[in-house]
Design a protein around this ligand. Sequence first.
Ligand code: AHM
Ligand code: MG
Length: 340
Amino acid sequence: MTPPVSLTRYLIEEQRAGRINADLRLLIEVVARACKSISIAVGKGALGGVLGDAGSGGRASINIQGEAQKKLDVLSNEILLEANAWGGHLAALASEEMDVSLPISDDYPRGNYLLLFDPLDGSSNIDVNVSVGTIFSVLRCPEGVSEPRDEHFLQPGTAQVAAGYCVYGPSTMLVLTVGNGTHAFTLDREIGSFVLTARGMRIPEETREFAVNMSNQRFWEPPMQAYVGDLLAGKDGPRGKDFNMRWVASMVADVHRILTRGGIFSYPLDSKCAAKGGKLRLMYEANPMAFLVEQAGGAASTGRQRMLEVQPTGLHQRVPVFLGSRQEVEAAVRYHREHD
Ligand code: AHM
Ligand code: MG
């Protein structure tokens, strides 16, 4: 029997192969350690006193997105900030839960990387004990920048040097890419270590499964109406096959299913979120997921452009998202071309 490969060993082997350097290896280790702490907090549930909304005196605390923060949103953000503050690998951090990016304080050495994260994605699911997750993306700090600010994060997804998510489900799994395939590690809770359980994940090219919040149907644009209309028409319609639908409302859980067994995930533009550009965030939701999905042989698009080539204009920029099985994403893109 081959011995299990820990995340540490996997990263050391990537370093030896010259695909990552020691700083990036240690940075990913730190993120993974923070995810273990978040996993413990999430796993305690009501016993940990961490469910429900953040805030005091009956007033909910609202983040930059205009959304009420959960206690676990705030706690997860703090865990990631604290874990990454002092390692010396980072120049600055940015989070879904923070208005602006945060340069590493002068108390510690500054490294060459920028880290973006959504500390607890799908947090509306926490109180009902459904899977949630952490999503992260790593960029290089542009050369010569000693005081990194928001603008230095505004690099297209193709510039990512690593991306991943941790899903807190029945088991805790870290799914990671450093640009050499997408690999899944399962947390062995007894020894506290992530163990490689799926090397080189591949998304099936074709699928019969789609994921979308159907309650928004009447708000969608014409291309999306036409696309989903034909999916629902089944084998007697133009697509010639019956489709199944799944929607967890935790992007991490929905994308994890798609990486595991195929499918298409979409959060399209709709008239409710059109003014904002979409619902999901480009820099710490769409781009890291797009990198993971492409590295697993899938595709990711806004419907009109390859996701990883979108030039960001703001840290909290939102975009429409289509990602998953290559042929199905290409079909969605075709409907956008034909119905625009
Ligand atoms: P969050 O980062 O505030 O949790 O929001 C993002 C989540 C995604 O995980 C999920 O795909 C989507 O919002 C669900 O939206 P909806 O409730 O409209 O179905
Ligand atoms: Mg999110």
